[in-house]
Design a protein around this ligand. Structure first.
Ligand code: SF4
Length: 352
Protein backbone atom coordinates (compact mmCIF):
# COMPACT_ATOMS: atom_id res chain seq x y z
CA UNK A 1 0.00 0.00 0.00
CA UNK A 2 1.22 3.47 -0.82
CA UNK A 3 0.77 6.25 1.71
CA UNK A 4 -0.94 9.30 0.25
CA UNK A 5 0.61 12.75 0.50
CA UNK A 6 -2.60 14.71 0.16
CA UNK A 7 -4.29 14.39 3.54
CA UNK A 8 -4.32 15.76 7.06
CA UNK A 9 -4.46 13.84 10.31
CA UNK A 10 -7.40 14.70 12.55
CA UNK A 11 -8.26 13.52 16.07
CA UNK A 12 -9.85 10.11 16.81
CA UNK A 13 -7.83 8.38 14.12
CA UNK A 14 -9.73 10.27 11.41
CA UNK A 15 -8.13 11.88 8.36
CA UNK A 16 -9.18 14.62 5.96
CA UNK A 17 -8.37 13.87 2.32
CA UNK A 18 -7.21 16.95 0.44
CA UNK A 19 -6.85 15.42 -3.04
CA UNK A 20 -10.20 16.62 -4.36
CA UNK A 21 -12.91 19.11 -3.57
CA UNK A 22 -15.24 16.48 -2.12
CA UNK A 23 -13.20 17.02 1.06
CA UNK A 24 -13.91 13.61 2.64
CA UNK A 25 -13.33 13.10 6.35
CA UNK A 26 -12.47 9.42 6.60
CA UNK A 27 -12.81 7.16 9.64
CA UNK A 28 -10.64 4.18 10.54
CA UNK A 29 -10.70 1.45 7.81
CA UNK A 30 -13.10 3.38 5.58
CA UNK A 31 -12.40 5.11 2.27
CA UNK A 32 -13.62 8.41 0.88
CA UNK A 33 -16.36 8.69 -1.75
CA UNK A 34 -14.00 7.54 -4.50
CA UNK A 35 -13.34 4.24 -2.73
CA UNK A 36 -9.60 4.22 -3.42
CA UNK A 37 -8.16 6.23 -0.51
CA UNK A 38 -8.31 4.30 2.74
CA UNK A 39 -7.65 5.29 6.36
CA UNK A 40 -5.57 2.66 8.14
CA UNK A 41 -4.65 3.57 11.71
CA UNK A 42 -4.87 7.31 11.11
CA UNK A 43 -2.88 7.30 7.87
CA UNK A 44 -4.32 7.61 4.39
CA UNK A 45 -3.30 5.13 1.70
CA UNK A 46 -3.84 5.22 -2.05
CA UNK A 47 -5.05 1.71 -2.92
CA UNK A 48 -4.54 2.04 -6.68
CA UNK A 49 -0.97 3.30 -6.74
CA UNK A 50 0.81 1.64 -9.71
CA UNK A 51 -2.37 -0.25 -10.64
CA UNK A 52 -3.85 0.64 -14.00
CA UNK A 53 -7.34 -0.62 -14.80
CA UNK A 54 -6.75 0.23 -18.45
CA UNK A 55 -4.01 1.63 -20.64
CA UNK A 56 -3.75 2.36 -24.33
CA UNK A 57 -1.88 4.40 -26.84
CA UNK A 58 -4.42 6.92 -28.12
CA UNK A 59 -4.37 9.82 -30.54
CA UNK A 60 -4.18 13.03 -28.47
CA UNK A 61 -7.32 14.21 -30.28
CA UNK A 62 -9.26 11.52 -28.42
CA UNK A 63 -8.77 13.25 -25.03
CA UNK A 64 -9.93 15.64 -26.67
CA UNK A 65 -7.05 18.13 -26.99
CA UNK A 66 -6.91 19.99 -30.30
CA UNK A 67 -4.38 22.73 -29.54
CA UNK A 68 -1.86 20.53 -27.81
CA UNK A 69 0.71 18.49 -29.77
CA UNK A 70 -1.73 17.72 -32.61
CA UNK A 71 -1.38 14.47 -34.53
CA UNK A 72 0.72 12.82 -31.81
CA UNK A 73 0.09 9.72 -29.76
CA UNK A 74 -0.35 9.73 -26.02
CA UNK A 75 0.06 6.91 -23.52
CA UNK A 76 -3.27 6.87 -21.69
CA UNK A 77 -4.06 5.21 -18.40
CA UNK A 78 -6.64 5.12 -15.65
CA UNK A 79 -7.30 3.24 -12.44
CA UNK A 80 -10.61 2.23 -10.84
CA UNK A 81 -12.77 4.67 -8.87
CA UNK A 82 -14.20 8.17 -9.20
CA UNK A 83 -15.22 11.06 -6.97
CA UNK A 84 -18.36 11.69 -9.10
CA UNK A 85 -21.28 9.34 -9.80
CA UNK A 86 -22.46 10.58 -13.21
CA UNK A 87 -25.38 8.49 -14.36
CA UNK A 88 -24.27 8.90 -18.00
CA UNK A 89 -20.66 7.76 -17.41
CA UNK A 90 -19.17 6.00 -20.42
CA UNK A 91 -16.49 4.31 -18.28
CA UNK A 92 -18.79 3.31 -15.43
CA UNK A 93 -17.42 -0.23 -15.31
CA UNK A 94 -14.11 1.10 -13.98
CA UNK A 95 -15.20 4.39 -12.42
CA UNK A 96 -18.13 3.22 -10.29
CA UNK A 97 -17.00 -0.23 -9.23
CA UNK A 98 -15.22 0.97 -6.08
CA UNK A 99 -18.35 2.69 -4.77
CA UNK A 100 -20.39 -0.48 -5.23
CA UNK A 101 -17.68 -2.46 -3.47
CA UNK A 102 -17.50 0.05 -0.64
CA UNK A 103 -21.28 0.01 -0.04
CA UNK A 104 -21.30 -3.79 -0.03
CA UNK A 105 -18.38 -4.03 2.43
CA UNK A 106 -19.86 -1.33 4.68
CA UNK A 107 -23.13 -3.29 4.81
CA UNK A 108 -21.28 -6.50 5.63
CA UNK A 109 -19.11 -4.63 8.17
CA UNK A 110 -16.01 -5.76 6.27
CA UNK A 111 -14.78 -2.37 5.04
CA UNK A 112 -11.29 -3.01 6.48
CA UNK A 113 -10.82 -5.53 3.64
CA UNK A 114 -11.39 -3.06 0.83
CA UNK A 115 -7.63 -2.79 0.20
CA UNK A 116 -7.47 -6.52 -0.63
CA UNK A 117 -10.54 -6.33 -2.85
CA UNK A 118 -9.31 -3.27 -4.77
CA UNK A 119 -5.88 -4.81 -5.27
CA UNK A 120 -7.56 -7.47 -7.44
CA UNK A 121 -8.37 -4.89 -10.13
CA UNK A 122 -5.96 -3.87 -12.82
CA UNK A 123 -2.42 -4.44 -13.94
CA UNK A 124 0.85 -3.61 -12.21
CA UNK A 125 2.04 -0.50 -13.99
CA UNK A 126 4.43 1.52 -11.84
CA UNK A 127 5.52 5.02 -12.92
CA UNK A 128 8.96 3.75 -14.04
CA UNK A 129 7.32 1.25 -16.42
CA UNK A 130 5.13 3.94 -17.99
CA UNK A 131 8.14 6.15 -18.67
CA UNK A 132 10.06 3.16 -20.05
CA UNK A 133 7.24 2.32 -22.48
CA UNK A 134 7.00 5.93 -23.66
CA UNK A 135 10.77 6.16 -24.18
CA UNK A 136 10.89 2.82 -26.02
CA UNK A 137 7.99 3.63 -28.33
CA UNK A 138 8.86 7.29 -28.69
CA UNK A 139 5.53 8.49 -27.28
CA UNK A 140 5.74 12.17 -26.31
CA UNK A 141 3.01 12.31 -23.67
CA UNK A 142 1.11 10.61 -20.86
CA UNK A 143 -2.60 11.19 -20.24
CA UNK A 144 -4.26 10.42 -16.92
CA UNK A 145 -7.73 9.65 -18.17
CA UNK A 146 -10.50 7.00 -18.34
CA UNK A 147 -11.33 7.73 -14.67
CA UNK A 148 -10.69 10.81 -12.53
CA UNK A 149 -6.97 11.50 -12.02
CA UNK A 150 -7.35 13.72 -8.95
CA UNK A 151 -8.29 10.64 -6.88
CA UNK A 152 -5.08 8.81 -7.84
CA UNK A 153 -2.99 11.94 -7.44
CA UNK A 154 0.15 10.38 -5.93
CA UNK A 155 0.40 7.80 -8.75
CA UNK A 156 -0.14 10.48 -11.41
CA UNK A 157 2.21 12.97 -9.78
CA UNK A 158 5.10 10.51 -9.40
CA UNK A 159 4.67 9.43 -13.03
CA UNK A 160 4.49 13.04 -14.22
CA UNK A 161 7.63 13.98 -12.27
CA UNK A 162 9.57 11.08 -13.70
CA UNK A 163 8.33 11.47 -17.27
CA UNK A 164 8.82 15.23 -17.42
CA UNK A 165 12.52 14.66 -16.65
CA UNK A 166 12.65 12.78 -19.97
CA UNK A 167 10.86 15.58 -21.81
CA UNK A 168 7.54 13.70 -21.85
CA UNK A 169 4.45 15.88 -21.48
CA UNK A 170 1.63 15.16 -19.02
CA UNK A 171 -2.08 15.69 -19.39
CA UNK A 172 -5.08 15.41 -17.05
CA UNK A 173 -8.50 14.59 -18.45
CA UNK A 174 -10.58 15.61 -15.49
CA UNK A 175 -13.91 16.59 -14.02
CA UNK A 176 -12.32 19.67 -12.47
CA UNK A 177 -12.47 18.77 -8.79
CA UNK A 178 -8.76 19.12 -7.99
CA UNK A 179 -8.01 21.08 -4.83
CA UNK A 180 -5.82 24.14 -5.05
CA UNK A 181 -3.15 22.22 -3.10
CA UNK A 182 -3.12 19.29 -5.54
CA UNK A 183 -3.09 21.45 -8.66
CA UNK A 184 -0.25 23.62 -7.36
CA UNK A 185 1.73 20.54 -6.40
CA UNK A 186 1.50 18.90 -9.83
CA UNK A 187 1.66 22.13 -11.84
CA UNK A 188 5.41 22.01 -12.57
CA UNK A 189 4.90 18.67 -14.36
CA UNK A 190 1.43 19.14 -15.80
CA UNK A 191 1.30 20.56 -19.32
CA UNK A 192 -2.38 20.43 -20.20
CA UNK A 193 -5.84 19.65 -18.89
CA UNK A 194 -9.07 18.87 -20.59
CA UNK A 195 -11.66 19.84 -18.00
CA UNK A 196 -15.31 18.83 -18.20
CA UNK A 197 -17.83 21.58 -17.64
CA UNK A 198 -20.80 19.26 -17.63
CA UNK A 199 -23.50 21.86 -17.00
CA UNK A 200 -23.98 25.36 -15.66
CA UNK A 201 -26.70 24.21 -13.32
CA UNK A 202 -25.81 23.25 -9.77
CA UNK A 203 -28.84 20.98 -9.57
CA UNK A 204 -27.53 18.97 -12.56
CA UNK A 205 -24.21 18.48 -10.77
CA UNK A 206 -25.90 17.55 -7.48
CA UNK A 207 -28.53 15.18 -8.86
CA UNK A 208 -26.75 13.58 -11.80
CA UNK A 209 -23.10 13.67 -10.73
CA UNK A 210 -23.30 13.88 -6.89
CA UNK A 211 -21.05 16.93 -7.02
CA UNK A 212 -21.35 20.73 -7.22
CA UNK A 213 -20.88 23.29 -9.97
CA UNK A 214 -18.94 26.01 -8.14
CA UNK A 215 -15.79 23.96 -7.33
CA UNK A 216 -15.47 23.05 -11.02
CA UNK A 217 -15.63 26.71 -12.02
CA UNK A 218 -12.96 27.50 -9.43
CA UNK A 219 -10.65 24.76 -10.73
CA UNK A 220 -11.01 25.99 -14.32
CA UNK A 221 -10.10 29.55 -13.28
CA UNK A 222 -7.20 28.32 -11.15
CA UNK A 223 -5.75 26.08 -13.87
CA UNK A 224 -5.90 29.02 -16.27
CA UNK A 225 -4.21 31.35 -13.76
CA UNK A 226 -1.49 28.78 -13.17
CA UNK A 227 -0.70 28.83 -16.87
CA UNK A 228 -1.64 25.21 -17.60
CA UNK A 229 -2.98 24.82 -21.16
CA UNK A 230 -6.71 24.09 -20.80
CA UNK A 231 -9.48 22.97 -23.09
CA UNK A 232 -13.07 22.55 -21.91
CA UNK A 233 -15.52 19.76 -22.81
CA UNK A 234 -19.29 19.73 -22.46
CA UNK A 235 -21.19 16.54 -23.25
CA UNK A 236 -24.57 17.73 -24.50
CA UNK A 237 -27.37 15.58 -23.10
CA UNK A 238 -30.82 16.09 -24.65
CA UNK A 239 -33.21 17.67 -22.18
CA UNK A 240 -30.59 17.89 -19.41
CA UNK A 241 -28.13 20.62 -20.34
CA UNK A 242 -28.98 21.63 -23.90
CA UNK A 243 -31.18 24.71 -23.40
CA UNK A 244 -30.05 27.89 -25.14
CA UNK A 245 -29.87 29.66 -21.77
CA UNK A 246 -27.56 27.07 -20.24
CA UNK A 247 -25.30 26.78 -23.29
CA UNK A 248 -25.01 30.59 -23.34
CA UNK A 249 -23.96 30.55 -19.68
CA UNK A 250 -21.27 27.92 -20.33
CA UNK A 251 -19.94 29.71 -23.40
CA UNK A 252 -20.08 33.07 -21.59
CA UNK A 253 -18.13 31.69 -18.63
CA UNK A 254 -15.34 30.29 -20.85
CA UNK A 255 -15.25 33.40 -22.98
CA UNK A 256 -15.07 35.56 -19.83
CA UNK A 257 -11.83 33.81 -18.89
CA UNK A 258 -10.25 33.79 -22.34
CA UNK A 259 -11.81 33.64 -25.81
CA UNK A 260 -8.87 31.51 -26.93
CA UNK A 261 -9.81 28.54 -24.72
CA UNK A 262 -11.07 25.74 -27.00
CA UNK A 263 -14.57 24.47 -26.21
CA UNK A 264 -15.44 20.90 -27.22
CA UNK A 265 -19.13 20.18 -27.60
CA UNK A 266 -19.53 16.44 -27.65
CA UNK A 267 -22.43 14.17 -28.51
CA UNK A 268 -24.06 12.05 -25.81
CA UNK A 269 -24.82 8.40 -26.49
CA UNK A 270 -27.07 6.42 -24.11
CA UNK A 271 -25.03 4.62 -21.45
CA UNK A 272 -24.96 3.34 -17.84
CA UNK A 273 -28.08 4.63 -16.03
CA UNK A 274 -29.10 6.99 -18.85
CA UNK A 275 -30.27 4.61 -21.51
CA UNK A 276 -33.70 6.24 -21.85
CA UNK A 277 -32.36 9.42 -23.44
CA UNK A 278 -31.58 9.57 -27.18
CA UNK A 279 -28.23 10.53 -28.65
CA UNK A 280 -27.61 14.22 -29.21
CA UNK A 281 -28.84 15.39 -32.61
CA UNK A 282 -26.53 17.13 -35.06
CA UNK A 283 -28.89 20.12 -34.96
CA UNK A 284 -28.38 20.54 -31.19
CA UNK A 285 -24.60 20.27 -31.56
CA UNK A 286 -24.64 22.88 -34.29
CA UNK A 287 -26.83 25.14 -32.16
CA UNK A 288 -24.29 24.87 -29.32
CA UNK A 289 -21.49 25.57 -31.80
CA UNK A 290 -23.21 28.77 -32.94
CA UNK A 291 -23.81 29.85 -29.34
CA UNK A 292 -20.10 29.35 -28.59
CA UNK A 293 -19.10 31.42 -31.61
CA UNK A 294 -21.60 34.17 -30.75
CA UNK A 295 -20.12 34.32 -27.24
CA UNK A 296 -16.83 35.20 -28.91
CA UNK A 297 -15.06 31.87 -28.51
CA UNK A 298 -12.52 31.53 -31.28
CA UNK A 299 -12.18 27.76 -31.21
CA UNK A 300 -15.34 25.69 -30.89
CA UNK A 301 -15.35 22.03 -31.86
CA UNK A 302 -18.04 19.40 -32.29
CA UNK A 303 -17.00 15.90 -31.21
CA UNK A 304 -18.15 12.28 -30.79
CA UNK A 305 -19.65 12.43 -34.30
CA UNK A 306 -18.02 12.67 -37.72
CA UNK A 307 -18.27 16.34 -38.62
CA UNK A 308 -15.27 17.63 -40.56
CA UNK A 309 -16.80 21.08 -40.97
CA UNK A 310 -17.09 21.72 -37.22
CA UNK A 311 -13.93 19.97 -36.09
CA UNK A 312 -11.23 21.75 -38.07
CA UNK A 313 -9.14 24.60 -36.68
CA UNK A 314 -9.46 27.83 -38.64
CA UNK A 315 -7.43 31.00 -38.29
CA UNK A 316 -9.69 33.48 -36.46
CA UNK A 317 -8.17 36.34 -38.49
CA UNK A 318 -8.27 35.11 -42.11
CA UNK A 319 -10.38 31.92 -41.77
CA UNK A 320 -7.73 29.71 -43.39
CA UNK A 321 -8.07 26.04 -42.48
CA UNK A 322 -5.05 25.35 -40.26
CA UNK A 323 -5.74 21.79 -39.09
CA UNK A 324 -8.14 19.45 -40.86
CA UNK A 325 -9.70 16.69 -38.76
CA UNK A 326 -11.82 13.82 -39.89
CA UNK A 327 -12.48 11.61 -36.89
CA UNK A 328 -8.98 10.92 -35.59
CA UNK A 329 -7.38 11.54 -38.96
CA UNK A 330 -5.51 14.82 -38.57
CA UNK A 331 -3.75 16.85 -41.20
CA UNK A 332 -1.77 19.94 -40.25
CA UNK A 333 -2.25 22.10 -43.32
CA UNK A 334 -1.50 25.76 -42.77
CA UNK A 335 0.02 25.98 -39.31
CA UNK A 336 3.75 26.50 -38.84
CA UNK A 337 5.51 27.21 -35.55
CA UNK A 338 2.11 27.99 -33.99
CA UNK A 339 1.26 30.60 -36.64
CA UNK A 340 -1.14 30.79 -39.56
CA UNK A 341 0.93 30.30 -42.71
CA UNK A 342 -1.28 32.71 -44.63
CA UNK A 343 -1.60 35.78 -42.40
CA UNK A 344 0.98 35.05 -39.69
CA UNK A 345 -1.49 35.22 -36.76
CA UNK A 346 -0.32 33.44 -33.65
CA UNK A 347 -2.59 30.53 -32.73
CA UNK A 348 -2.69 29.76 -29.00
CA UNK A 349 -1.71 26.26 -27.93
CA UNK A 350 1.25 23.96 -27.35
CA UNK A 351 2.43 22.90 -30.76
CA UNK A 352 5.62 20.95 -30.00
S1 SF4 B 1 -10.05 12.01 -3.58
FE1 SF4 B 1 -11.90 13.16 -3.19
S2 SF4 B 1 -13.51 11.59 -3.09
FE2 SF4 B 1 -11.56 10.54 -2.83
S3 SF4 B 1 -11.23 10.46 -0.63
FE3 SF4 B 1 -10.21 12.29 -1.37
S4 SF4 B 1 -11.69 13.94 -1.10
FE4 SF4 B 1 -12.84 11.98 -1.01
Amino acid sequence: MHEAILYKKLGNNKVACTACRQGCIISQDDTGICGVRQNKNGRLYLLVYGKASSFNIDPIEKKPLYHFMPATEIFSLGTVGCNFSCSFCQNWDISQITKELRSKLLKEKKIANIDLEISKFGYELPPEKIVEICAEKNIPGVAYTYNEPSIFFEYACDTAKLSSKKGIKNVFVTNGYETEESLKLIKPYLDAMNIDLKSFNDEFYRKICKAKLQPVLETIKLAYRLGIWIEITTLIIPGKNDSDAELKKIAGFISGIDKNIPWHITAFHPDYKMTDIPSTSDATLHKAYDIGKKAGLKYVYVGNILDDEHSGTHCPECNTLLIKRSGYFVEIKNLKDGKCKKCGSKIPGVWK
